[in-house]
Design a protein around this ligand. Structure first.
Ligand code: PHE
Length: 342
């Protein structure tokens, strides 16, 4: 035992501590609770009782000398560290940090929101996990409407009629329902946000995308008001030269309904690959709010009238930044995102 103490003592004296790694090795080898000194202490109980005080004393000295070396080496390391920091070259340029950037979808959404808020629209948001009731029933979807089919909708619960069904909203129109239930007309809001559809994934469609919908309810609102608003938006968004085309269409929640095309802003309407040689790009659906929807929300359609519109955001992002695959908008690949730092 005594020999072991002496040889460990010598080892500790001889141990060279030059680097922070040496220091750590020393600490782990000798001074910690599972180190070599502690191991000797645990053997103390088997020492002859007569010898115990002397051996104990030797062990204590060993422990103290190891601790002293450790403290000394730590102080030396701290001193060198501050010495080297005094040698900082203040003329060196700072390191550039990557600060992140606005996602291209948010850039385009931001522009769209600005255009509408300049026209007096407020912004409303709502849950992405939505009740079937708000996503479909309140919007005048008949119970057997094909859009409720599992093909399009991600259902979270589907209990027949036992409990309310929860789904991932397939459009932001349920936000408009919530606004109508909450506020009295006149109402003028846009509802931007993510929506989900169970579509085949490809470079052109994804299971999640962004929409911006709008709702305006007041007295004597007409289709002419809707057209004027869309015209104003399209000119600011796509350029003052764009022309619009309203094609009759159908949505359960608007009557009459239309789909809106703008002259292709890539080829100026001459016809290109993107507009499939037609010269037109479809940008949104719109129409006059259906009286049933108003009634469902406690708004009297005899007194009030209104229009609604809804557009996809991602397609515009792809065209604007010449991105050829919609999936790139959702993968958060830094190689892509870093191209949008300003
Ligand atoms: N909610 C429709 C959709 O997702 C878009 C729309 C909104 C159409 C408002 C007309 C009026 O396809």
């Amino acid at each position: 035992m005594e020999n072991a103490i002496h040889s460990l003592q010598q080892e500790i004296i001889d141990f060279e501590i030059n680097t922070p790694e040496d220091l750590e090795t020393f600490r782990l080898k000798y001074t910690v609770r599972k180190g070599l000194i502690a191991a000797l202490f645990s053997q103390l109980k088997s020492v002859d009782p007569a010898e115990k005080p002397r051996i104990g004393q030797l062990l204590n000295e060993l422990k103290q000398s190891a601790d002293a070396r450790l403290i000394e080496a730590e102080e030396k390391a701290a001193a060198t560290a501050s010495e080297s920091s005094q040698g900082i070259d203040l003329t060196l340029p700072g390191r550039r940090y990557f600060t992140g950037s606005e996602h291209p979808v948010q850039k385009v959404l931001g522009e769209m929101k600005k255009i509408f808020s300049d026209m007096g629209f407020g912004i409303a948001t709502g849950p992405e996990l939505e009740l079937d009731h708000y996503n479909f029933d309140m919007l005048n979807f008949p119970p057997d409407h094909p859009a409720r089919d599992m093909q399009d909708t991600f259902f979270i619960t589907n209990n027949g009629n036992a409990e309310p069904d929860i789904l991932l909203r397939t459009h932001t129109s349920p936000v408009q329902v919530r606004v109508m239930l909450d506020q009295k007309p006149p109402i003028r809001v846009i509802c931007p946000g993510k929506v989900y559809r169970n579509e085949a994934i490809s470079s052109r469609s994804y299971c999640v995308f962004h929409q911006l919908e709008g709702l305006y309810i007041d007295k004597n609102v007409s289709f002419a008001d809707l057209k004027a608003t869309i015209y104003s938006f399209a000119r600011q968004m796509f350029g003052t030269d764009v022309q619009l085309r309203f094609r009759p269409s159908f949505f359960p929640f608007t009557e009459p309904s239309a789909e809106v095309d703008v002259t292709c802003y890539l080829c100026g309407g001459k016809g290109c690959r993107v507009c499939k040689k037609s010269g037109w790009l479809e940008i949104m659906g719109c129409g006059m709010v259906h009286p049933n929807v108003m009634r469902n929300c406690g708004i009297d359609p005899e007194t009030w009238s209104g229009y609604a519109f809804g557009m996809g955001v991602d397609r515009t992002v792809l065209l604007r930044y010449k991105i050829d695959d919609i999936r790139l908008l959702f993968e958060n690949d830094l190689r892509m995102l870093k191209q949008f730092t300003t």
